[in-house]
Design a protein around this ligand. Sequence first.
Ligand SMILES: NC(=O)c1ccc[n+]([C@@H]2O[C@H](COP(=O)([O-])OP(=O)(O)OC[C@H]3O[C@@H](n4cnc5c(N)ncnc54)[C@H](OP(=O)(O)O)[C@@H]3O)[C@@H](O)[C@H]2O)c1
Length: 244
Amino acid sequence: MTSETIALVTGANKGLGMETSRRLAQQGMIVLLGVRDLEKGAQAVDALPDLDVTPVELDVTREDHISAAKDYIENRFGRLDVLVNNAGMIHPEEPLFANSAETVSPVALKETFGVNFFGQVALTQALLPLIKKSTAGRIVNVSSILGSLTLHSDKNSDATGVKPLAYDASKTALNQFTVHLAAALADTSVKVNSAHPGWVKTDLGGHLAPMDVTDGAKTAIHLTTLGPDAPSGKFFHFDEEIPW
Ligand SMILES: NC(=O)c1ccc[n+]([C@@H]2O[C@H](COP(=O)([O-])OP(=O)(O)OC[C@H]3O[C@@H](n4cnc5c(N)ncnc54)[C@H](OP(=O)(O)O)[C@@H]3O)[C@@H](O)[C@H]2O)c1
């Protein structure tokens, strides 16, 4: 077993996932880039020169990919120290700046939950035996403040006009997973937290977003490197706790 820190970042071929991978690898971690298209994975490796990054085929909605990724990590490293559940999507049917509660289709709901919730849960459950073998396992669920029921209940909040139901509800569900899994792992050294990156310029966030990926990746990076006394089962933006 290697003494280096082994990390897996999903959705690592672009956007926040690629930047998070870059920064973890720059800190000396061995980073596995979860990508659903290995060609895009090879391009990501080229974009991250001189860093210890390896693409792993991983569509989080595919059981065969999850199982193969688990076998690969187990055979090569015997454990996993850091899991960043970053892969995510907003359905093309849902405009970001609208309330889709009256219109969103069951198909869009299922497809969005498939990636943003079911996929994250399935992957995490499959990898947990390997994460429990780490001396300081860290799981980061990349959520969004759009999953915050507190914020959506406040008519004066910034989220008032941003109500794509499938996306927002999938992030609320992911937050619930954070709370439940942290409780289940309370007697272990594994910490599980949700991250809100901010509104970030990526394909998902769009070009109007005020933040770039350098700042957008900071919250997830912070949560991967929490010390033993840090909290688990919380929701953060940068190092500030935010309401569910
Ligand atoms: N940007 C923002 O303002 C913002 C704000 C709050 C939260 N977030 C969250 O941050 C995370 C990263 O988003 P981003 O802004 O970096 O978006 P992005 O640039 O669109 O990247 C999304 C990544 O997820 C991958 N992905 C999509 N479906 C997948 C699947 N089934 N299996 C595995 N990977 C899949 C994509 O792969 P392909 O290239 O193959 O499609 C891509 O690598 C998401 O969870 C998002 O909800 C973003």
